[in-house]
Design a protein around this ligand. Structure first.
Ligand code: SAH
Length: 464
């Protein structure tokens, strides 16, 4: 090991930064974040850095570096573009046995800065020993996406009860087991879902020795329109914790594969008008599984609250007192529009956008047509294929021009995406001509023309 990672307590200590420019500013920010008092020496100091120095309760010395600047400092940073000067600062610091960092010159450093993931009090430092800082930064980026931003709050919760738990279990093994259960179970879930008060209540109950509640939990997760890259971090995390996954036809197999490998998978596929499993039965199944203590992911295409019947499912859960979380997803309209090159709103063409279901509860397509023909709005029909001839005809009859541009996006965002554009007059014909099937989204409005203007082509999204 070339460098030993140590975490440095700088609170209230003085740190010398030689240099007054951009690089000095970057390092000074980290140092100030750690609570140190800055001493910055440079003939000129840029405004943001000066501000930082003042905030840290430190001092600015507006002249060239002198050896006496090191007095009283516990850490030295040389951040100038003057190499001989940097080398001299390094030499002086080493003579005094004070840790020194010279920016971009590992050979002159006794300490180096890692790439940092800050979830204070949890801090992760990654270093390549100065050999490949870009690689360290890329690893950091991976960690940033992998570790929820609320992990710090979870660590904070643990910190608040650390001593109490220590008193409860003098035995290290028992203590470790206790915290493992906390960090891998329902308490952590609550905290990470932003429900800190509930997490704390549960932790207090656990410390008091109360048995954990028997009920599991249901996560209503929006899986997006198809491309697995469009999942949210939270969706992925919950999918990887699930004991059971209930999914339907809209969820692509590539997304399902991201669920925990040994999770039980239950298909509750629904097709329009032929519900494989009636909604009531799905609701009851969710309740029953949660009552068995399972963590249940109900994976939904797109967003659970947009034509996803998510509202009905959580009503049932709430009625039975089952804890649940709803994770939003990218709805088909956003996904398909982006991948088809059709901006849903545009200052010149559409000031609003409406998401409409083409399939009503009673099986008809009876919509407030006169509202829908108002100018300068984009209409997005979900489940609009069957009713398409009626939709187009009614819009024209109520005054929307037959030339209004329109598009069909089939299996949007997936590798099988197909887009057909036409007008209100010929859209139903396009469906027959190209044998278009569900899931297909219908977009109507002037914005559809922008696709041509943008010279969009299939796969453009991938090459951008
Ligand atoms: N909750 C979902 C919508 C469910 S309704 C969401 O927010 O996206 C089902 C309808 O959504 C389909 O009939 C189709 O119109 C649309 N849809 C869903 N995924 C789609 C996709 N990948 N491509 C095109 N349309 C899609």
């Amino acid at each position: 090991m070339e460098f030993l990672p140590l975490f440095h307590n700088l609170r209230g200590s003085r740190v010398l930064v030689v240099g007054g420019g951009e690089i000095a500013l970057r390092k000074s920010r980290l140092i100030a974040d750690a609570g140190a008092v800055l001493r910055v020496v440079a003939p000129e100091i840029e405004a943001q850095l000066s501000e930082l120095v003042v905030q840290s309760g430190g001092e600015m010395i507006l002249r060239g570096y002198s050896e006496c600047d090191l007095d009283g400092c516990v850490l030295i940073i040389a951040a100038t573009d003057d190499e001989p000067l940097n080398a001299q600062v390094s030499r002086d610091a080493r003579l005094r046995c004070v840790p020194v960092n010279v920016v971009d010159a590992p050979a002159l450093c006794t300490v180096i800065f890692p790439a940092i993931v800050d979830r204070s009090p949890l801090v992760i430092a990654v270093s390549s020993g100065g050999d490949a800082p870009v690689l360290a930064r890329l690893i950091r980026a991976k960690l940033e996406t992998w570790i929820p931003s609320s992990y710090g709050q979870l660590a904070g919760l643990a910190a608040r009860f650390r001593n109490q738990v220590k008193g409860l279990f003098p035995n290290v093994q028992q203590r470790r087991a206790f915290w493992e259960e906390v960090f891998q179970g329902a308490i952590a879930d609550r905290q990470l879902a932003g429900q800190g008060a509930e997490a704390e209540r549960m932790l207090i109950a656990k410390i008091a020795g109360e048995p954990p509640p028997e009920t599991g939990e249901v996560y209503l997760v929006g899986a997006g329109p198809g491309d697995p890259d469009l999942l949210t971090f939270r969706a992925l995390r919950l999918m990887q914790q699930a004991d059971v996954v209930l999914y339907d036809r809209l969820v692509a197999p590539t997304i399902l594969d991201l669920c925990r490998r040994d999770a039980e998978r239950v298909y509750v596929g629904k097709r329009r008008a032929e519900h494989a499993v009636p909604q009531e039965q799905i609701n009851q199944q969710l309740v029953a599984l949660a009552k068995q203590g399972k963590r249940v992911v109900r994976l939904k295409g797109g967003d659970p609250f947009i034509f996803g019947r998510g509202g009905e499912e959580i009503e049932e859960l709430a009625a039975h007192g089952i804890p649940f979380q709803v994770v939003p997803g990218i709805t088909a309209a956003s996904g398909c529009a982006a991948y088809a090159g059709i901006p849903l709103t545009h200052r010149d063409h559409a000031q609003s956008v409406r998401f409409i279901t083409g399939h009503l509860k009673n099986g008809t397509t009876d919509l407030p047509w006169s509202d829908l023909v108002a100018p300068a709005q984009t209409l997005v029909f979900y489940m609009g294929l069957i009713g398409l001839p009626v939709i187009c005809e009614q819009l024209i009859r109520h005054g929307r021009s037959a030339d209004t541009p329109a598009a069909l996006v089939e299996q949007g965002t997936t590798v099988n995406q197909r887009v057909f554009t036409g007008t209100l007059a010929n859209l139903p014909q396009l469906v027959a001509e190209h044998d278009v099937h569900a899931p297909t989204l219908v977009i109507i409005g002037e914005v559809v023309k922008l696709r041509e203007k943008l010279a969009w082509f299939e796969g453009a999204q991938a090459t951008l």
